[in-house]
Every structure is written in structure tokens, then in C-alpha cells.
Design a protein around this ligand. Structure first.
Ligand code: ATP
Length: 901
């Protein structure tokens, strides 16, 4: 029996697993990977192509159709049964193709959303997919990380983990490095181990991987990876319900038609076959599946717009987003900080240069004696109190770490103060890390035999810790007048859209608690973070689309105001400061939330209240976040948006969507895509249901009128499965309507069947049924007048009706590309639809003119006069739908002119 990991010293672990401070070598890691396998749990829900294909046969529709094939063969109609079989295969192929695409889309997503881990191998730090970790790997952990594998800690600085996912205990566990002698400790008590699937909530550390994949504690308790969650979306649930109601209604009508046919003396088996065809034609059994496929394909399109979505309902919600609350730094701005100004003892030194290259100079206008020394002391303190590092490679200077700190390190280098050299003189011995709540950071250093503290952070926070100020004359007490002057200086810098930080130091520190009291203020720095170019356009887009963009930032209110003004976010509303927000009750906030366009100096906890307030006003709210403490707000938001580059694993786990480029414009792009996807599902459904209404309406009317059946089983199946299929699919890929982002967001309550959609669907379906009945009757009469034999009369009339029905479907497909715009607006913009229709037309001509097919479909060779009549009947659907849209447009514009909203 091996000693448990927690009882061993780090050295003993190294002996057992190999590796040193430089980690494993790449060769060793590769060998272990092939020996131990990937660090992952078996996937719950990946379908192989075979499974997808087999699943097609469990579809009731397909089974019924196969019965129809057998039935017609039994009736001796071999040709008919072959044709039905071909139609069935066509339906299977179509279903397979769609589901296969959807499945691949979801799988690609799973791969992209796969977690990464920071690991040291061969002495080099690298970011790898977490699945490639092997036992013995040396991993790095920092606040916000999800632990990628079980690891024995060899370094822990204020390291705490939330292990609720594993132990159910939600209080964070403080970690240590020392071995624990008790061999019987429970999972939660082995505090020198961190476990796969748990979250680092503070501090940082290093660990040696001891368990991966199924060998981890998490792997032992859950043997399946949750993967991409799949639950029915609201739309799918609605359609499921609707589908069942329609199926029932259709069943009644089909039964009626069959019974009436039998009463009229039609043969039983043929009526059953016909009943099957009719049922298949009218029962919209595929409704929820259609939505799944469209949403899944939408997910794929979102990826191209830099948005990863994990669950299908998100795609649906995106389209109705009405408020986007966004962080400032990095999302609306570029997060490329450059120090521009240094304020020390009332004098401003400007800093030139751009980017991270330490090239540029510091200039103060007055060149006062002693000023340069003040500025250098400030830069020295700021650099020592930073974790960021500069790196030079072939492509120039790059920054490792937080850009705010990077700006300080670069500015110091411009003054000839290099971080590595400073750190050698004053090595860091302890730190109180930065957090968005504290808004400041303090480090302790050993320098000339004493302990010195350096702090940097938000001006108000640092001022609170200061009792003295450094001036050209030396150190002086900080008076109230002095504090006011500093506030005004900070405000003046912030008004120029600069991020302002205060810097302070203290010598002779006794311990951590002592560090942040009675510090000496060294001065202020102002750094510029230019707005992202695309953000302005995206915000203008929001305004046109009826979406409210809101800025939420930890930054100074004046900085926030200046940048929000520049971007066009701050228009008629106001700026609210976190302190005032916290003083309000939720009811008070609900009352004013619509007026507030910028929140400044807020903490992550405040974001939750903002989301709630908007939601209580009936809005669908998107909220961005990157830190551990943003998780509750991300979870609560209708669309929680995490950052793919700078965000923490914890925030990504809590979010519905992750931006791969951290860019505000991508949120707006995703909303647009969401609207487009929803609109296409609407087009698709409108088309399919309207077609079904047309088909069953025709059959029911003919039966009730005592006419012969206007379509044969084969014809009906063909129209439904072959003709409707491809154009419907093509509608699902329709390009967005040009005014998609010039309408207000969809009311999430209104669902897909809005009055215009229902009106168009009914009008299209009923007109198609009516025209075809009239055409059928006319064809019967004119056939008799021509003196044709009775079977020929019927065959001709059925062929005319069949062709007219198919053509009406084609016209409808183009008309239903929009529920408000004329069909004449960019009629052929959908390439897929054009191709689908061209293919279907070719098939139709083949059915009519290829002798073997003509026989199977009972097709009559139509005379030119018949063709004219058929075309006229089919085209008539266009003006009818146009007129309906015209009325609907008028009705809607009258409605939107009403005051209020
Ligand atoms: P956003 O929410 O828009 O991303 P932010 O990045 O400005 O805003 P925080 O990162 O919470 O928000 O920063 C809040 C404040 O804390 C900043 O305005 C700055 O004064 C201070 N600050 C930021 N980074 C650091 C840091 N590394 N060390 C010390 N103080 C910092």
C-alpha cells in the first residue's frame, strides 16, 4: 500500500513522480500521456454518425412510411412502393444531414470551450489544454482558476480553494504546503492537495499533479463529464406542445377523410395508404427537432462572431436582449494602458511614447529641483508593487500580466528604473493582493535591513491609508487641504479619460497589518486606455436596435464619464457611484435604474443588484464579468458573458457565453446573430405549417365537397417530404433582413407565433387550399368537356393540382423570407433557396416528362393551356401574401405610433 500523497513531503513526491523545479521534460510528459491517457472524463453525449443514422429509424414518421412501402407492395403497386421508398430515403438523408451538422457544431464547441492549464515543462511556462496534463506535471494556480487535475501543493501564497463541487462545503479551504501525518484524513481535510474541478478563490500556488482523469477525486465521484448541457429551450417546449395539439387535430381530420372515403366505397387498403400519406403530410412531427437543428447551427455561426455558447437556450434568449451591461476595461477599451502623467507634489510630469516599448521620456515643465527624485521614488514603489513583467522577443516588447501594472513598469523603465534590478535591491517578502473590492494592492519588501511597504490603487482607497505626503521639501503631514488638492488633481486627470492610481510607501513596517496604516503618499499616475474602435459603432448599433448599453466599471467616475461620453454610452442618463448604489434599497434602485447609464467604483457584488433591477422592469439583461466574484451576477443575468482571454475559469463556468476576443462589439454581433437565427426559425416554421394547412385544407375541402381525392398518396408524400424539405432548410439559412438591427428587441413573452406570423401562415395556407380546389374542379369539368375518358379526366386534374401545389410552395418559400417586407425586396438574396428551388424544378420536370417517373406519379402530360392555368393559379399566391403584409405593416406602424412603450 502506497503512502497517501498528503502525508509525503514535496521531495518525497518528486522522488516518486520525477520532475524538478523545471517540471517534467516534454519527452517524459509525452510518454506518460500515452501510458496514462488523457486527463478527461468520458463524454456523456457525443453521437457517432452511425448512432445518428440509426436514430433516424426510430422516428415514428419513418416507421409509418416504411409500413406504407410494404402496404403498397402488398397491393401490387411495385413502382409506387419503390417511389415511396426513395422518398423515405430522401427524408432519412435530410434528417441525417441536419443532425450530423448540428452534432458536429456542438462537438466543435466542446473542443473550443475546453479548459486550459498553466504548466511548467522543461523549465518553461506554457498554457496547455488541461486534458494533456500527466502525473508529475508542475502546474501553476491563480485566483479564478478551475483546478485542472489533483495536485500536491509545493507552493501556496494565501491560497484558498472553494471545494463545494466536490465536498459540498461552500466555505473556502485555506491551503498549505507542509505534509499532514494523519493517513486517515478525509478529502476536505487534506489541505495540501487541490482537487480537479474545484475553484481557486484567492492567492496563488504551484502543485505537482498526482491524479488525472478518472484517477482524480472528481473522476471517482462522477464518471461522466457534464459536457454541453442539453435541455429543451422554451421555444422547443412551446413547439412540442403545439406539435401535439396539431397532431391531434390533424389526426381527427385524417380519420374523417378516410372514413368518408370508405363510405363512398373506396378500397380499404388504399384508403389506409392514403391516410398514412396524409397524416405524414400534415403532422408537424419535426417541429422541436427543427428548432434544435437551427439553434445548433446558429451556435456555429456565433463562433464566427467570436462568441462561444454552451447551451441552446442562450441562442434563443440572445435575440431578445434589451440591456447590455458591460465592463469598461478591456471590453469597451483596448486594455492597452500607457502612462501619460505623473502628479507629485502639485507638479505634473508628462510621459511620452506608446505601447510597451520602454522608449520615451519624462518631462516636467518647471524642472524644479527635487522633482525628478520624487517622480523616481514613485515609479520605483509602483514597479515593486507590480507583478507584470516586460519581455523582449523578435516581434518587439510584450507584456506578461496586468496592463495597468505594465504601464507602470514601462514608465519606470523609461526613467531608467528596471524591475529586475529594483527587485534585487528590495526583494518582495509578502503581499496583500489586489481585488476588485479592495481596489488596491500592497507589497512588503526587505530593503537595507528593514521592511518597506509599497501600495498602489484607487485614489480614495490609498488616501485612507495615508497620514503623510512626500514633497520636494521632505515628508509632511497630510492635511485636509492637501487631501482636497489631491482629489481635485485626480479628478482633473480622470476628466481627460485617464485611469488614475495613487502610489504610497511606508518604511519601518512591523507586519502586514501595520503596512496599510499611516503611509506616505508619493503621488498620482494617469494612464490612457483608448476605447476600442469597433465599440463606438457597436454602441450606435445598440441604439438603433433598441438595446440599452450600460457601462459598469471599478474605475473613477470621471474617467468612466469621459470614456462613456466618447463612446456614446452616456447620452441622457447619469453616472452613479458604487457608494450611492449601496446606500439605495433594491426598490429605490428599481425606480431609477432606467436613468443610469454609467456605474463607477462598483464592486462585483453591486452588479448583481443592477441585473436584478433591470430584470424586475421586464428586461432581458446581458452582463459581462471576468473575476471570481462576478460569478453570481453572470449566473443571474439572462445572458452572462465571460471573457475568453482575460476572464477566469470560474467566470466562464458561470456564464452562458464566452467572448473569444473580449470585445463589446462581439456581444452586439451575437445579439444580431441571435435575432437572425430566431427570425429564420420563424420563416422555416411559417413555411412548413402554412404548407401543411394548404395540403390538408385541400384534401378536407375536396372530401367534404364529395369530389374525388385531388392528390394520390405518392404525390402527397412527394410534396411534403421532397419538395418542402430543401426550401425549408434553405430558409433556415436565410441571410438576415437588412433592418434586423433597426427594430426593438423581441418581447420574450410573445413567442414565435405573433399575429403577423399566424396571419400570413393562415392566409397562405387557406389561399393555397382554395385555389387548388377551384383548379381541381375546373380541371375535372374541362377534362369532361374535352371528351377524355374518366380516368384520364382524373389523372389530368390531379396532375394540374399537383403541379400547382408544388409551384405555390415555391412562391411561398420566397414570400416567407420576411413577415413584413415585400417579396420583391432582394428576392434572390438567399443563394441556398435559389439552388433548392432550381433543383426541385428540375425534379418536377423529370416527374412530368421521364416516362418511368411519370407512370409512378400518375402524371398526365399537360397541354400549354393547362400550364398557363396552373401557373396563374400558383402565381396568385404572391399578390395575396403581398396584400396581407401590406395590411400588417400598416397595423404595426399604427400600433408603434401609440405613446408609451
Ligand atoms: P472594469 O470593471 O471596467 O473592468 P476596472 O478594470 O477598472 O473596471 P477593477 O479592475 O476592479 O475595475 O479596478 C478598479 C480600480 O482599482 C481601478 O480604477 C484602479 O484604481 C485600481 N486598480 C486596478 N488595477 C490595479 C492593480 N493591479 N493594482 C492596484 N490597483 C489597481
Amino acid at each position: 500500500m502506497q503512502q497517501p500523497w498528503h502525508t509525503l513531503t514535496v521531495d518525497a513526491i518528486r522522488t516518486r513522480l520525477g520532475g524538478d523545479d523545471g517540471g517534467l521534460t516534454d519527452v517524459e510528459a509525452a510518454a506518460r500521456l500515452s501510458r496514462d491517457g488523457y486527463n478527461e472524463l468520458p463524454q456523456a453525449d457525443t453521437l457517432s454518425p452511425w448512432q445518428i443514422l440509426v436514430a433516424q429509424f426510430s422516428n415514428v414518421l419513418i416507421l409509418i412510411l416504411l409500413v406504407a412501402v410494404a402496404l403498397s407492395a402488398a397491393l401490387g403497386e411495385v413502382l409506387e412502393s419503390v417511389v415511396i421508398l426513395i422518398i423515405v430515403l430522401f427524408a432519412i438523408g435530410l434528417g441525417f444531414a441536419q443532425e450530423y451538422r448540428a452534432e458536429r457544431a456542438m462537438e466543435a464547441l466542446r473542443r473550443m470551450a475546453a479548459p486550459r492549464a498553466r504548466v511548467i515543462r522543461g523549465g518553461r511556462e506554457q498554457a496547455l489544454p488541461a486534458r494533456e496534463l500527466v502525473p508529475g506535471d508542475l502546474i501553476l494556480l491563480a485566483v479564478g482558476d478551475r483546478v485542472p487535475a489533483d495536485a500536491r501543493l509545493c507552493e501556496a501564497a494565501n491560497l484558498q480553494a472553494n471545494e463545494a463541487a466536490l465536498t459540498g462545503e461552500s466555505v473556502p479551504v485555506t491551503k498549505q504546503v507542509e505534509p499532514l501525518p494523519d493517513t486517515e484524513l478525509g478529502v476536505g481535510d487534506r489541505v495540501n492537495l487541490v482537487y480537479s474541478g474545484t475553484d481557486i478563490v484567492s492567492g496563488r500556488g504551484r502543485g505537482i499533479v498526482v491524479g488525472t482523469g478518472l484517477g482524480s477525486e472528481f473522476g471517482r465521484v462522477t464518471d461522466l463529464l457534464a459536457g454541453v448541457e442539453q435541455q429543451p429551450t422554451p421555444l422547443q417546449r412551446n413547439l412540442d406542445r403545439l406539435g401535439r395539439v396539431l397532431a391531434l387535430a390533424a389526426g381527427v381530420v385524417v380519420a374523417l377523410i378516410v372514413v368518408l372515403g370508405l363510405l363512398r366505397g373506396e378500397p380499404l387498403l388504399e384508403m389506409i395508404l392514403f391516410g398514412i400519406a396524409l397524416a405524414v403530410a400534415v403532422v408537424p412531427e419535426a417541429l422541436p427537432a427543427v428548432v434544435t437543428v437551427s439553434l445548433a447551427i446558429g451556435v456555429q455561426r456565433l463562433v464566427k462572431r467570436h462568441a462561444l455558447v454552451r447551451r441552446l437556450p442562450t441562442v434563443e434568449t440572445l435575440g431578445s436582449t434589451s440591456v447590455i451591461c458591460s465592463d469598461k476595461t478591456g471590453t469597451l477599451t483596448r486594455d492597452e494602458m500607457t502612462l501619460r502623467a505623473i502628479w507629485a507634489d502639485g507638479v505634473i510630469t508628462t510621459v511620452s511614447g506608446s505601447g510597451y516599448a520602454p522608449e520615451g521620456e519624462l518631462r516636467d515643465p518647471a524642472e524644479l529641483p527635487g522633482q525628478r527624485a520624487l517622480v523616481e521614488e514613485l515609479l520605483r514603489a509602483a514597479t515593486l508593487c507590480s507583478d507584470a513583467r516586460l519581455d523582449a522577443d523578435d516581434s518587439g516588447w510584450t507584456l506578461l500580466g496586468d496592463p495597468t501594472e505594465g504601464a507602470l513598469v514601462v514608465a519606470a523603465a523609461k526613467a531608467g528604473l528596471h524591475k529586475e534590478a529594483l527587485e534585487q535591491q528590495a526583494p518582495r517578502i509578502d503581499e496583500i493582493p489586489f481585488s476588485s473590492e479592495r481596489k488596491r494592492m500592497t507589497t512588503l519588501h526587505r530593503c537595507d535591513g528593514e521592511t518597506v511597504a509599497h501600495a498602489k490603487g484607487a485614489v480614495e482607497e490609498i488616501l485612507q491609508t495615508c497620514g503623510r505626503i512626500r514633497t520636494r521639501r521632505g515628508t509632511e503631514p497630510l492635511t485636509d487641504a492637501g487631501r482636497d488638492a489631491i482629489d481635485r488633481a485626480a479628478e482633473a486627470l480622470a476628466q481627460q479619460a485617464l485611469r488614475v492610481l495613487a502610489i504610497a510607501s511606508k518604511a519601518g513596517v512591523t507586519d502586514r497589518d501595520d503596512a496599510e496604516t499611516d503611509m506616505v503618499l508619493l503621488g498620482l499616475v494617469g494612464m490612457i486606455d483608448p476605447p476600442r474602435r469597433e465599440a463606438r459603432a457597436a454602441i450606435a448599433n445598440c441604439a438603433r436596435a433598441g438595446i440599452r448599453p450600460i457601462m459598469i466599471t471599478g474605475d473613477h467616475p470621471e474617467t468612466a464619464r469621459a470614456i462613456a461620453g466618447e463612446l456614446g454610452i452616456l447620452r441622457h442618463g447619469r453616472v452613479l457611484v458604487g457608494r450611492d448604489l449601496r446606500a439605495m434599497s433594491q426598490e429605490q434602485l428599481d425606480a431609477v435604474v432606467a436613468d443610469i447609464e454609467v456605474y463607477a467604483r462598483v464592486s462585483p457584488a453591486d452588479k448583481l443588484r443592477v441585473v436584478k433591477a433591470w430584470q424586475r422592469r421586464g428586461h432581458v439583461c446581458a452582463m459581462t464579468g471576468d473575476g471570481v466574484n462576478d460569478a453570481p451576477a453572470l449566473k443571474r443575468a439572462d445572458i452572462g458573458v465571460a471573457m475568453g482571454i482575460t476572464g477566469t475559469d470560474v467566470s466562464r463556468e458561470a456564464a452562458d457565453m464566452t467572448l473569444t476576443d473580449d470585445n463589446f462589439a462581439s456581444i452586439v454581433g451575437a445579439v444580431e446573430e441571435g435575432r437572425g437565427i430566431f427570425a429564420n426559425i420563424k420563416k422555416y416554421l411559417m413555411y412548413l405549417l402554412s404548407s401543411n394547412i394548404g395540403e390538408i385544407g385541400l384534401m378536407a375541402a375536396a372530401t367534404l365537397a364529395g369530389l374525388p381525392l385531388p392528390l394520390s398518396a405518392v404525390q402527397l408524400l412527394y410534396v411534403n417530404l421532397a419538395t418542402d424539405g430543401l426550401p425549408a432548410l434553405a430558409l433556415g439559412l436565410d441571410p438576415p433582413e437588412p433592418d434586423l438591427m433597426q427594430r426593438p428587441p423581441r418581447d420574450p413573452e410573445s413567442g414565435i407565433f405573433t399575429p403577423p406570423v399566424v396571419a400570413l401562415m393562415l392566409v397562405g395556407g387557406l389561399w393555397s387550399a382554395g385555389v387548388n380546389v377551384v383548379l381541381f374542379v375546373h380541371a375535372l369539368n374541362s377534362g369532361q368537356a374535352l371528351g377524355l375518358a374518366p380516368e384520364a379526366v382524373l389523372a389530368r386534374a390531379m396532375t394540374m393540382t399537383f403541379v400547382a401545389l408544388v409551384l405555390i410552395q415555391f412562391f411561398k418559400a420566397y414570400n416567407f423570407r420576411s413577415d413584413r417586407h415585400s417579396v420583391l425586396m432582394r428576392p434572390f438574396a438567399n443563394r441556398w433557396l435559389n439552388l433548392a428551388i432550381a433543383w426541385e424544378l428540375a425534379l418536377l420536370l423529370a416527374i412530368l416528362h421521364v416516362p418511368f417517373l411519370a407512370e409512378a406519379f400518375g402524371a398526365w402530360r399537360l397541354a400549354p393551356g393547362d400550364w398557363l392555368l396552373v401557373l396563374a393559379a400558383a402565381v396568385s399566391i404572391v399578390p395575396v401574401l403581398e396584400a396581407t403584409k401590406w395590411f400588417l405593416r400598416r397595423a404595426v406602424s399604427v400600433e408603434t405610433q401609440r405613446p408609451g412603450g
